[in-house]
Design a protein around this ligand. Structure first.
Ligand SMILES: *Cc1c(COP(=O)(O)O)cnc(C)c1O
Length: 636
């Protein structure tokens, strides 16, 4: 047997495939973060972070937010656009916006605004609450604020407020009927709106969100509506307000072909609208730039078959060609990338609190009983006589049959619970033995894989999938899972992950190996007495903010990490944020925690009066209950 190496762990967890250069493994076998991939010598050992958090009393699960990664992603998209714009001779510039629905956390928005300052990077909002956040946090007069989503009068008045502050607020018309309200709100104000049109596209997106485009799309104007809009604006002397064309064919576009098609359709629209007399300044390609979650560089739903560089080149060259053909001036290119900007910057770290293994607590004494039933005898002999020479398929079939016979016998009152337990124990022993013989002889048949799945254990993670990995539950999104330690050791346990909610859907059982096939199980290390930590990665887009409170597990503790060369272990924790306490989540469901404590106290008092509980003990019980209300909702 060849020795296990760090390289093998890198391959097994496909870190290079999904990590964008931000993650690697160090010589101690710990996962590390590389905040700036152009300087591989700078790294942070994730275990050092965990140690510091433990020292500070921060408990798991915890969200780690790497602000350097966020900044690097903002710089990166700007640099790549700049490169292609200059290489192609494109005369417009690039000015992206971040759609805050992807991650509305204030610290995330602030960091993106700050990192984007020198690029005039702006923000996008899709609802009134988001618009209020965006108005407060994007204070630059040169970066864009783009307003999508359905709008009522109040929404438009907020936009007007922004225009009063001389911000570049662009109202994107999603629905024909919005135009009248816009005209009304801005009439007689002395301020003119900057308008955009969102076009319904005929090109289909690819992947889970492909229904965002096409005739039945929820948003955007049809070609008839676009033309009518232009007439209406002309009639109201407002055509010069129309400055932007927007389209968005869906998130996580898996296939670069869809992007190419969208750019060619979009740039034709752009030219035609310009030819009708509008002086458009902005070409807004929306979001859709994907993330290679499974690291396979394929058209899997959780992957993408292109890189940022190719995406940008397609946008720039595609638009340039269309404009040049029609002699239309090159506009400013706008993207609304959210997922690609934020996915890498955060991860959820949690501890494994145990293992569910059918195979573990078998009966010790399986010796023959007097007058035992033939089913018992059969399965005992089957297990005893198994060897490399056995017909393994036949043995497996027999084991299944004996097990089901035993269940029938139990139901009919022939088997006692103890008889049933003996068959159960022998059954698991038999299966384990068969699997081992397959392995020893390197016969990886279909039955072998079936057995591997049956015998895989479930590692219990101190987290809620519904809170921290909503898309893994809702749409089978694959998120990379990697242990943070022992990566210089062979992981020998085949397992899937289950969370601590009381819901059988609360599990993660889709993992991708580096060859790209989806497995139900992941290789992790056998648990020992020490704490074992895993990271769930690429949770910075949507997952961070979309979670729900299933079982009243609330928001997670959070730590914001910055790289710093002069600090011990190369980092400092800028801030830690408390996750939800029991009283917080209970309050959201209309409970009053103080009143709850009162009710418990009242019940205890009654027991004290009845002399069933001693007064001292009663006081302790009340204190205990009150303290629990103030504690983190997850397991200690
Ligand atoms: C959701 C959304 C985005 C962000 O899409 P990503 O794929 O996350 O980049 C951008 N624009 C609009 C209009 C959206 O609805």
């Amino acid at each position: 047997m060849s020795k296990w190496t760090i390289k093998k762990s890198k391959d097994l967890y496909n870190i290079a495939g999904w990590g964008n250069g931000y993650f690697d493994i160090n010589e101690d076998g710990h996962l590390m973060v590389i905040p700036n991939p152009s300087n591989k010598n700078q790294s942070i050992d994730m275990m050092d972070i965990l140690n510091e958090l433990k020292h500070e009393g921060v408990t798991f699960p915890v969200v780690l937010r790497f602000h350097d990664i966020l900044r690097a992603q903002v710089e990166n998209i700007n640099k790549v656009f700049k490169k292609h714009i200059s290489e192609s001779g494109f005369k417009g510039k690039f000015q992206g916006v971040f759609p805050i629905k992807v991650n509305q956390m204030r610290e995330v928005v602030e960091e993106i605004v700050d990192a984007g300052k020198k690029f005039d990077y702006g923000l996008e909002a899709g609802s009134k609450a988001e618009l209020m956040a965006v108005l407060a946090y994007n204070r630059s007069k040169s970066s864009l604020t783009i307003l999508n989503g359905y709008k009522d009068e109040e929404y438009l008045k907020l936009a007007l407020l922004g225009r009063r502050l001389e911000r570049k607020i662009i109202i994107v018309i999603e629905k024909y009927s919005e135009i009248e309200s816009i005209i009304n709100v801005f009439k007689n104000t002395g301020v003119s709106p900057i308008l955009g049109i969102r076009s319904k596209m005929t090109v289909k997106g690819r992947g889970k969100w492909e229904s965002s485009s096409g005739e039945r799309a929820k948003f955007g104007l049809s070609v008839s509506e676009i033309v009518k809009t232009i007439y209406l604006l002309k009639d109201n002397d407002m055509l010069d307000c129309l400055k932007l064309l927007h389209f968005h064919i869906g998130s996580q576009i898996t296939d670069i072909q869809a992007i190419k098609e969208a750019i060619s359709e979009g740039s034709r629209l752009f030219c035609e609208i310009s030819k009708m007399g509008a002086t458009l300044d902005y070409f807004d390609v929306g979001g859709g730039l994907g993330v290679d979650y499974d690291g396979t560089a394929s058209m899997n739903n959780s992957s993408i078959n292109y890189k940022l560089d190719e995406y940008v080149a397609d946008v720039v060259y595609g638009l340039k060609q269309a404009c040049d053909t029609e002699n239309i001036a090159h506009p400013t290119i706008v993207t609304e990338s959210g997922r690609a900007l934020t996915a890498h910057h955060s991860c959820v770290v949690t501890n494994i609190i145990g293992e569910i293994d059918n195979n573990k607590h078998l009966l010790d004494d399986l010796s023959p009983r007097d007058n035992e039933h033939i089913i018992l005898k059969n399965i005992r002999v089957l297990e005893r006589d198994l060897s490399a020479k056995s017909n393994l398929q036949e043995a497996y079939n027999d084991a299944l049959k004996y097990k089901s016979d035993a269940i029938s016998a139990f139901k009919l009152g022939i088997f006692s619970l103890e008889d049933q337990a003996i068959v159960d124990s022998l059954y698991w022993k038999t299966l384990t033995k068969i699997k081992e013989i397959f392995e020893d002889s390197k016969k990886y048949t279909e039955t072998y894989y079936e057995l591997s799945e049956l015998l895989a254990s479930q590692y219990l993670c101190n987290m809620s999938v519904f809170q921290s990995a909503a898309d893994s539950w809702a749409i089978d999104q694959i998120l990379p899972v990697v242990p943070l330690q022992r990566l210089n050791e062979e992981p020998k346990s085949n397992c899937s992950l289950v969370d601590i909610t009381c819901d059988s859907d609360g599990k993660i059982d889709k993992f991708v190996d580096h060859e790209g096939s989806v497995n139900k199980n992941l290789k992790l290390h056998k648990l020992d007495e020490k704490n074992y930590y895993i990271g769930l990665f690429l949770t910075g887009a949507y997952q961070d903010v979309m979670g729900d409170m299933h079982n009243l597990f609330g928001r997670l503790n959070e730590a914001h990490i910055y790289f710093h060369e002069d600090e011990a272990d190369n980092f400092y924790i800028e801030e830690t944020i408390h996750g939800s306490r029991a009283e917080d989540v209970l309050s959201t469901m209309q409970y009053n925690p103080q009143y709850m404590a009162f009710l418990i106290k009242d019940s205890i008092d009654q027991e004290i009066s009845a002399k069933k509980i001693a007064p001292r003990e009663g006081v302790k019980l009340i204190d205990f209950y009150e303290n629990c209300l103030k504690e983190y909702t997850y397991l200690k």
